[in-house]
Design a binder for this molecule. Structure first.
Ligand SMILES: *[C@@H]1O[C@H](CO)[C@@H](O)[C@H](O)[C@H]1NC(C)=O
Ligand SMILES: *[C@@H]1O[C@H](CO)[C@@H](O)[C@H](O)[C@H]1NC(C)=O
Ligand SMILES: *[C@@H]1O[C@H](CO)[C@@H](O)[C@H](O)[C@H]1NC(C)=O
Ligand SMILES: *[C@@H]1O[C@H](CO)[C@@H](O)[C@H](O)[C@H]1NC(C)=O
Length: 386
C-alpha cells in the first residue's frame, strides 16, 4: 500500500527523533519517526581471533599482511580453530520511520536496514540534503516504513570488544529484531507489518543474507546493496589495504577512547574515498562528511563478513544492487558479475533482479545519483507486490 505522491510537508519530528544539525539537512517527506532502545538476548557460536590483540598500528599492518597471505594456512591463522558458544544481552539503538497521512503506515511493508562497516545507522538517513541522500526519506515517500539500527558495537548500541562483534552475533541480533517487528513491536502504532524486507549495505548485506539463509521464512524480501556473491571478483584484501587500517581509539581518543584495540578505522579522507567513492559521481563535501562521521568496525567483522550464508531455498523476492565501480565486491566493475551465482542462489525466489548501478562506487547512498538506486529498489519491491 504505497502513496504515489511525495507529500511536500515538513517532517513531524517527535521528541525522540534525530535533530537536524546542518542547515542543508532539509527534508520534504512527511514522516513520523520514533527511536527505541531494544533489549535483545542472543546465543551464538563465535569465532575467536587467532593472533595476539593489537598493541599498536604496526600490529594492525602485520595482521593485514597475514590476512593477505597466499598461503591459506597462514591466512587462516587470523582466526583460532576453536569457537565458543556465547549467550549475551545487548541494547540496540533503533529508529522507526513511517509515512504520515493516508494510511499512516498501517499494514505497511516494513524495511529493516543494516548498515555496513565504517558507518552507523545514519548511513540510511545522513545529515545531508535529504532529497539527494536519504534512503529513509525516499522509501517513506513511496509509502514504506523502515527501521534502521546501529549494529552491535556501533553508535548508541551496546559496546563490545572488536574481537567479539562479528557476523554470527550481528545475524542473531538482526534475526531477533525481525521477529520483534513481525510481532508488531517497535513500529509505533503501525501494527503487524504486511511484509518485512531486509535491506543491507556491504557487511549489512552479508548480515541480512545470512539471517535469511538461516531461516528462509524470516523475510518476504531481501535487498542487498554494495554486495555480490561472485567470489571470483570480490577483492576484500584490496579494500582492506586501501583503507590503511588504524586502531580507532588511538586515532581519535576523544571520540573512541572507550573502544578496545579490536576496533579499527580507515586512516584518512583519501583512503575513505579510495574504498567507498567513485569520481566524478560524488561531491567531495559529501566524502568529507562521510570521513568526519565515520564509525569504527570490529576486526572480527572484517574477517567473518567474507563468509555469508546462501539462502538457496528462499522464496521471497531478492535484489542485488551495487555501484558499477564497487571496488571491494566487483574489483571496480559490477557489470555482468552480479547475476552469477546470484540467479542460482535465488533460483527459488519469487523474483530476482541484479543491477550494476551506473555512476557509483561501494558507498552507493553517498553518490550524486543515489536516488536513482533508491528508485530501482522501491520499483522492484512495488512490482513484486510488496
Ligand atoms: C556450541 O553449540 C553447538 C550447537 O548450538 C554445539 O553443536 C557445539 O558442540 C557447542 N560447542 C561448544 C564448544 O560447546
Ligand atoms: C494488508 O495488506 C495486504 C497487502 O497489501 C492486503 O492483502 C491485506 O488485505 C491488508 N490487510 C488489512 C487488514 O488491511
Ligand atoms: C563471476 O562472473 C563471471 C562472469 O559472469 C563468471 O564467469 C564467473 O563464473 C562468476 N564466478 C562465480 C564464482 O560464480
Ligand atoms: C541515474 O539513475 C537513473 C536511474 O537508475 C539512471 O537511469 C541514470 O542513468 C543515472 N544517471 C547517471 C549519471 O548515472
Amino acid at each position: 500500500m504505497k502513496a504515489a505522491t511525495i507529500l511536500r510537508q515538513p517532517s513531524l519530528l517527535l521528541a525522540t527523533c534525530t535533530v537536524l544539525h546542518t542547515a542543508y539537512a532539509t527534508s520534504s517527506t512527511a514522516k513520523t519517526c520514533t527511536s527505541y532502545n531494544i533489549a535483545v538476548t542472543v546465543s551464538t557460536t563465535n569465532a575467536i581471533f587467532g593472533l595476539p590483540h593489537f598493541q599498536t598500528d604496526l600490529d594492525v599492518a602485520d595482521f593485514v599482511n597475514t590476512l593477505g597471505s597466499r598461503d591459506s594456512e597462514t591466512a587462516m591463522s587470523v582466526t583460532s580453530p576453536m569457537t565458543e558458544n556465547v549467550t549475551a544481552s545487548y541494547t540496540i539503538a533503533a529508529t522507526f520511520c513511517r509515512p504520515d497521512g493516508r494510511g499512516a503506515g498501517k499494514n505497511s511493508t516494513v524495511l529493516i536496514a543494516t548498515h555496513g562497516l565504517g558507518f552507523d545507522k545514519s548511513y540510511w538517513d545522513p545529515q545531508l540534503d535529504k532529497t539527494k541522500y536519504s534512503f529513509v526519506d525516499f522509501v517513506v515517500s513511496q509509502g514504506f516504513s523502515i527501521l534502521t539500527y546501529d549494529r552491535l558495537g556501533v553508535g548508541a548500541s551496546s559496546q563490545v570488544s572488536g574481537y567479539v562483534a562479528q557476523l554470527s552475533n550481528q545475524v542473531a541480533i538482526l534475526t531477533e529484531l525481525t521477529h520483534l517487528v513481525k510481532a508488531g513491536k517497535y513500529v509505533g502504532d503501525t501494527g503487524k507489518p504486511a511484509a518485512v524486507v531486509l535491506v543491507g549495505h556491504s557487511f549489512g548485506s552479508a548480515t541480512s543474507i545470512t539471517a535469511v539463509s538461516n531461516d528462509v521464512t524470516l523475510a518476504d524480501g531481501l535487498i542487498l546493496t554494495g554486495f555480490s556473491l561472485n567470489v571470483t571478483n570480490i577483492d576484500g584484501l584490496g579494500f582492506t589495504e586501501t583503507l590503511g587500517l588504524r586502531i580507532a581509539s588511538k586515532q581519535q581518543p576523544g571520540k573512541w577512547r572507550q573502544l578496545d584495540t579490536g576496533y579499527v578505522t580507515n586512516v584518512d579522507l583519501v583512503s575513505n574515498v579510495g574504498a567507498f567513492f567513485k569520481a566524478p559521481d560524488y561531491d567531495p563535501a559529501v566524502a568529507r562528511f562521510a570521513e568526519a562521521n565515520k564509525a569504527p568496525f570490529g576486526t572480527m567483522e572484517l574477517i567473518t563478513g567474507q563468509r555469508p550464508g546462501l539462502p538457496y531455498a528462499f522464496q521471497g523476492v531478492a535484489m542485488i544492487i551495487s555501484g558499477k565501480f564497487d571496488l571491494i565486491f566487483c574489483k571496480s566493475d559490477c557489470d555482468d558479475v552480479l547475476e552469477t551465482p546470484g540467479a542460482r542462489v535465488f533460483g527459488h525466489a519469487n523474483a530476482f533482479k541484479a543491477i550494476s548501478y551506473p555512476g557509483a562506487g561501494h558507498g552507493i547512498n553517498f553518490h550524486l545519483n543515489a536516488t536513482g538506486a533508491f528508485q530501482d529498489i522501491t520499483d522492484f519491491l512495488s512490482a513484486s507486490g510488496l
